[in-house]
Ligand binder design. Structure first.
Ligand code: PMV
Length: 310
């Protein structure tokens, strides 16, 4: 039996604008994980993908593009030179909530690629894993920027600009972020498509919003690299306002951000595609638990704190 796993991720700053060439900052969240297990199966069956969390079993060789995880498994086998298809069962489990901005699809795909490589007796570089996972992200998202596969495959905080190699990024002082889930699934492809249509209709306004996000992301980088993370709170608030103007927030996200600030967070914003999914808040380490408790009292489906950059 061979097993590999991959963490979730959060976008700290820059979602949506990153699709249009502005930078984003994202970090892995190892509190939640996707795990892929490869076991030997009966002779002649080929590769079978099992997803017990959602009760699905998919034969990989006949997979269509409707099943991105099967597609990534097939691409990985091709890249690994596994011909003919080995008789394996590939089981994927995950503690990462689906369609909530924590990178569940990219993490499952990363775990799959790593597990298949290990089963084939090899390891792939983070760049190779990231490139394969990006192919499945295209099926999930339509026009992904590539930030999810990059941060998850590298397992490091990244400064990400679409089309550029990920840049090393120093977190001088680890900081605490609280993650709160609205419990509302919101497929990223929908908000990304809506922003695209709005940008086509009002390109000057949206280019201005994306530029403003870019400035926030640059300021956040300076703050994180200097070790003085206090300004990050106000920068999160600014980034959230700009996402509201893009039309990707929701009453639930706005409410959880407000609750987090009232409970002592230094700032808060939605994270990921928006409309539902998660919000994040910057908290002093000793205030994190009271922010988590306030979010749960306010109806968050899930809330937990995580240390970024440790
Ligand atoms: O919803 P998530 O966490 O997968 O993030 C989507 C981030 C976007 O910037 C909205 C889209 C993208 O491809 O970068």
């Amino acid at each position: 039996m061979i097993q590999a796993s991959a963490p979730g991720k959060i976008i700290l700053f820059g979602e949506h604008a990153v699709v249009y060439g502005r930078p984003a900052i994202a970090a892995p969240v190892s509190t939640v994980q996707a795990t892929a297990t490869v076991t030997q199966a009966a002779l002649g069956g080929g590769l079978l993908l099992e997803l017990p969390d959602i009760g699905e079993r998919v034969p990989v060789s006949g997979a269509s593009t409707q099943t991105p995880l099967a597609m990534v498994a097939m691409l990985a086998l091709q890249a690994l030179g596994c011909e003919p298809t080995p008789d394996w069962t590939l089981t994927v489990r995950s503690t990462i909530p689906v369609a909530s901005g924590l990178g569940s699809g990219a993490a499952a795909a990363t775990a799959i690629v790593r597990a298949l490589a290990a089963a084939a007796g090899t390891t792939l570089s983070p760049a190779q894993v990231s490139a394969l996972v990006y192919e499945s992200e295209k099926l999930f998202h339509g026009t992904p920027s590539g930030v999810d596969n990059t941060v998850i495959a590298y397992g490091l905080p990244v400064w990400f600009v679409r089309g550029d190699p990920p840049q090393p990024f120093i977190i001088a002082q680890p900081f605490t972020v609280v993650i709160g889930d609205t419990g509302i699934p919101s497929p990223t492809s929908i908000t990304v498509g809506d922003v695209r249509r709005a940008w086509q209709a009002e390109s000057a306004r949206f280019e201005g919003l994306f530029d403003a996000v870019g400035e926030v992301v640059h300021a956040a980088r300076r703050s994180i690299e200097s070790g003085d993370v206090t300004p990050l709170g106000a920068l999160m608030d600014q980034n959230h306002s700009l996402l509201q103007e893009m039309g990707v927030s929701s009453p639930e996200l706005d409410r959880l951000c407000r609750v987090a600030r009232q409970a002592g967070a230094l700032g808060a914003k939605l994270s990921g595609g928006g409309r539902g999914g998660n919000m994040i808040a910057l908290a002093q380490p000793d205030a994190a638990e009271q922010v988590v408790a306030a979010l749960l009292r306010a109806g968050a489906a899930r809330a937990f704190s995580t240390l970024i950059g440790s």
